[in-house]
Design a protein around this ligand. Structure first.
Ligand code: NAI
Length: 464
């Protein structure tokens, strides 16, 4: 009898298992993939960041180092080595999670996990055998998978591909049409653009990264266009047709029917929760109309002793959100008071420059009728950004006009993914723009742009 069985070993599930084990609970984690770490480590966050780093290095050497007085000739791409490096990073990290399971005495139940009645989890192994385990608590952490537009663009792994396929192409395609200007579209589009592909993005909305703050998304569109992206906004995919060695992409754009020829179509229109073949009916657990698993503020489903976290429940589909929920759920099961502050979860897009944000957008504040003050400061006026030769972008801070409490912090610029940690902590502490403005920031650093943006909320930025 286990105290906890976690179904799914992604960043939500494996972290929940480790925390449960730390708290003295007898813990098992079911995972059918041959490696631990879920989408994030195997076919998501980690391999994409490895390729983003490698392709950025390639692009940097080609286009940027000469301005530093560094002459390089004969630069060429070794795609096989780039992919090998990515695969080695993935293997290293997934093996690392295996090591953490051993260290924490967590049992890895290899196979597909499903409910087999109250307090019972069946694990169907790849060899066809099946075993059922008893447990006091179950955490569902089965994550999500790419949405497939089955009727108009079924995945064939050759011409019509998803994010997993886009991480493992064996040659640089001439032209990739990306469906969706969301996070995956822009990140994977960036990788292949830097390696030489022509990238056309078809986006149904009237802006790139639709949920982002308007100023940030407009700046991103401009910068990526400069990098060679072509954006077709207000455009909706209507069909794909494989035509010899290419694929025809059919779409409606501004009320007209259009088509493009491409070597690959990358469909990146969102992800859907993995809730099928889980045997939820055996315990009477019904899904919400949006396909996600209902939970209360303590990650409890309506069925006693069954919890759910990560992409299968409501909220943003982000690895760190799932991790935080996994820790909180394990603590709640152990009788502690785990908690997640959803207001302070950062969101990052790993393009170059990067985008990172925490809190509300200007549009969200206005829609709620909140009286706000905004401060903005460009990286172009920052000494360190100039020394690095990376001056694109700005920091935008939104504060409550009456209380000065931070409502939104949005960064587009170099190292935004790291800089946002300062914002997330300020949000966690319920900080104000004045708190950021009065905090000493080392000089010269990129972080000074945050301080200056905070000063600019009160119209007293120094360097502009
Ligand atoms: P997304 O939700 O970020 O973007 C999908 C885009 O496709 C939207 O802009 C939408 O308007 C557009 N779209 C939908 N249907 C369309 C159609 N028929 N024709 C044209 N455009 C259409 O989804 P994405 O990029 O697939 O990412 C999935 C999830 O993975 C996201 O929720 C994200 O949270 C997560 N993710 C996070 C990353 C990060 O944190 N850096 C990296 C990659 C993924």
């Amino acid at each position: 009898m286990f105290d906890v069985i976690v179904i799914g070993a992604g960043p939500g599930g494996y972290v929940a298992a480790i925390r449960a084990a730390q708290l003295g609970l007898k813990t098992a984690c079911v995972e059918s993939r041959g490696a631990l770490g879920g989408t994030c480590l195997n076919v998501g966050c980690i391999p994409s960041k490895a390729l983003l780093q490698s392709s950025e290095t390639f692009s940097h050497v080609q286009h940027k180092v000469s301005e530093h007085g560094v002459k390089v000739t004969g630069v060429s791409l070794d795609l096989a080595q780039m992919m090998k490096r990515k695969d080695e990073i993935v293997i290293g990290l997934t093996k690392g999670v295996e090591g953490l399971f051993k260290k924490n005495k967590i049992t890895w139940l290899q196979g597909h996990g499903r409910f087999a009645g109250k307090g019972k989890v069946a694990v169907d192994a790849a060899d066809g055998s099946s075993q059922t385990y008893d447990t006091k608590n179950i955490i569902i952490a089965t994550g999500s998978e790419p949405v497939e537009l089955k009727s108009i663009a079924p995945f064939d792994q050759k011409f019509v591909i998803n994010s997993t396929d886009a991480l493992a192409l064996d040659k640089v395609p001439g032209h990739i049409v990306v469906i969706g200007a969301g996070v995956i579209g822009l990140e994977m589009g960036s990788v292949w653009r830097r390696l030489g592909s022509k990238i056309t993005v078809i986006e149904a909305a009237d802006k790139v990264l639709p949920p982002m703050d308007g100023a940030i998304s407009a700046a991103m569109q401009k910068i990526l266009t400069k990098q060679g992206f072509e954006f077709l906004l207000n455009a909706k995919l209507t069909g794909t047709k494989v035509d010899g060695k290419q694929v025809k992409v059919l779409f409606d754009h501004d009320g007209q029917k259009k088509e493009l020829a491409a070597d690959k179509v990358l469909v990146a229109v969102g992800r859907r929760p993995n809730t099928f073949k889980l045997g939820l009916e055996t315990v009477g657990l019904a899904l919400q109309p949006n396909g996600r698993i209902p939970v209360d503020g303590h990650f409890r489903t309506p069925v006693e002793n069954i919890y759910a976290i990560g992409d299968v429940i409501d909220g943003v589909m982000l690895a760190h959100k799932a991790e935080d929920e996994g820790i909180a759920a394990a603590e709640i099961i152990a009788g502690k008071s785990g908690h997640v502050n959803y207001e302070a979860i950062p969101n990052v897009v790993y393009t170059w420059p990067e985008i990172a944000s925490v809190g509300k957008t200007e549009e969200q504040c206005k829609a709620k009728g909140i009286d706000i003050r905004i401060g903005q400061f460009p990286f172009a006026a920052n000494g360190r950004a100039k020394c690095r030769g990376e001056t694109d972008g700005f920091v935008k801070i939104i504060a409550d006009a009456k209380t000065d409490r931070l409502l939104g912090l949005h960064i587009i610029g170099p190292n935004a993914s790291e800089l946002i940690a300062e914002g997330a902590i300020a949000f966690e502490f319920g900080g104000s723009a004045e708190d950021l403005a009065r905090s000493s920031h080392a000089h010269p650093t990129l972080a000074e742009v945050i301080k200056e943006a905070a000063l600019s909320v009160d119209k007293r930025a120094i360097h502009i």
